[in-house]
Design a protein around this ligand. Structure first.
Ligand code: ADP
Ligand code: MG
Length: 330
């Protein structure tokens, strides 16, 4: 039992002089600890506090998370790259505490609320636009997120798909200093990670492809029951991995009984959405990481220039209006 390593959260209790825990505080829970809602009495606003387990390895990992969050914060000053903003951090009763801007629900919760039905294309495109901006910054800084999935993409304002942010840099690393072999949640794990190759920012592109497919379909597109079966699920849809990657496959256990051979269940047949979208997805899900487009390249794809919805247009004009006012104020 490791509950002794978690901070004991009591509603309305205080964390230091600055934070008051909310009435119904729990926003998220994982192996690392908890994320709770609290009122920041200094800045007079609600925030999200990440309370890390009070153990050495978790503390060490949270320091790396903070280091990366602060680099990203330096580059994402005006929020163009849609990365969660860290506010401050401190130790409290042996727990690392990080405060973040308070965001809304995550995309997994949103899909669940939608009864796991697929979302319309404009919403999928809105998420793609936002998170590709995040991946663009990460790519330029050679930072790999390593855990892009619906749980780690949050609404700024619930329900507004054009305004989502990437959170959870708890598994992230610089491309040149890879620490872990077992990274990414299985359904979103890139083939090069499954096969134990060196990895880079292209693994986040793969995961985002899986996320967009899932948003369109309503449920995950590749649902392996273990790591072998995950590769089998990928190959079933996309064909066999290229021979220069397949040489790493040490042994192939027999296929599970409801799993077809490579290429037997093409991506087209498991997906909903328009053909242009399917083309985008095919690019994001290139089996070889070197062939996958960079975030900058992908953003030039025609799928992103498809006419903005009325809602998008309204928001775009509001954004232009507000940036104009900030210019005239100078
Ligand atoms: P973990 O490493 O356990 O996945 P996360 O940083 O992803 O930790 O946080 C876990 C969950 O807490 C997220 O999936 C999200 O639902 C919620 N959460 C995290 N950060 C925030 C935030 N800034 N605002 C609101 N909810 C958050
Ligand atoms: Mg997470």
């Amino acid at each position: 039992d490791d509950s002794e390593h978690f901070y004991k959260v009591i509603p309305n209790d205080h964390i230091g002089y600055r934070y008051e825990i909310a009435d119904r505080p729990l926003l998220g829970q994982g192996t690392f600890g908890q994320v709770i809602k609290a009122y920041d009495m200094k800045e007079r606003q609600f925030v999200a506090l990440k309370l890390v387990r009070n153990e050495k390895d978790y503390l060490k990992q949270s320091r790396e998370e903070l280091r990366i969050l602060h680099v990203l914060k330096k580059y994402d000053i005006d929020g163009t790259f849609n990365i969660v903003t860290v506010k401050e951090f401190f130790m409290f009763r042996n727990h690392m505490v990080m405060s973040f801007e308070l965001l809304g629900v995550n995309l997994y919760q949103a899909l669940k609320l939608n009864l796991f039905r697929g979302l319309p294309m404009p919403k999928v495109r809105a998420v793609a636009r936002a998170i590709l901006k995040s991946l663009e910054l990460l790519f330029k800084l050679r930072i790999v997120h390593c855990d892009v999935k619906p749980e780690n993409i949050l609404f700024r304002k619930n329900g507004d798909y054009s305004s989502v942010k990437l959170v959870d840099f708890g598994s992230s690393c610089y491309e040149q200093s890879q620490i872990y072999r077992y990274i990414q949640s299985r359904y979103y794990r890139a083939p090069e990670v499954i096969l134990g190759f060196r990895y880079g920012p292209a693994i986040d592109m793969w995961s985002l492809g899986c996320v967009l497919g899932e948003l369109a379909k309503g449920t995950p597109i590749f649902t392996g029951e273990d790591e072998f079966d995950q590769l089998a699920a990928i190959e079933e849809a996309l064909g066999p991995v290229p021979s220069n990657m397949a040489s790493r496959i040490k042994h192939r256990p027999p296929l599970r009984k409801d799993r077809g051979p490579p290429g037997s269940k093409p991506l087209k047949t498991i997906l909903t959405g328009d053909d242009v979208f399917k083309d985008v997805l095919k690019m994001m899900l290139e089996l070889h990481p070197d062939v996958r487009p960079t975030p900058m390249e992908l953003q030039d794809h025609q799928w992103f220039s498809i006419s903005l919805s009325a809602l998008d247009r309204k928001q775009a004009s509001q954004m232009t209006a507000s940036s104009n006012t900030s210019y005239t104020r100078k």
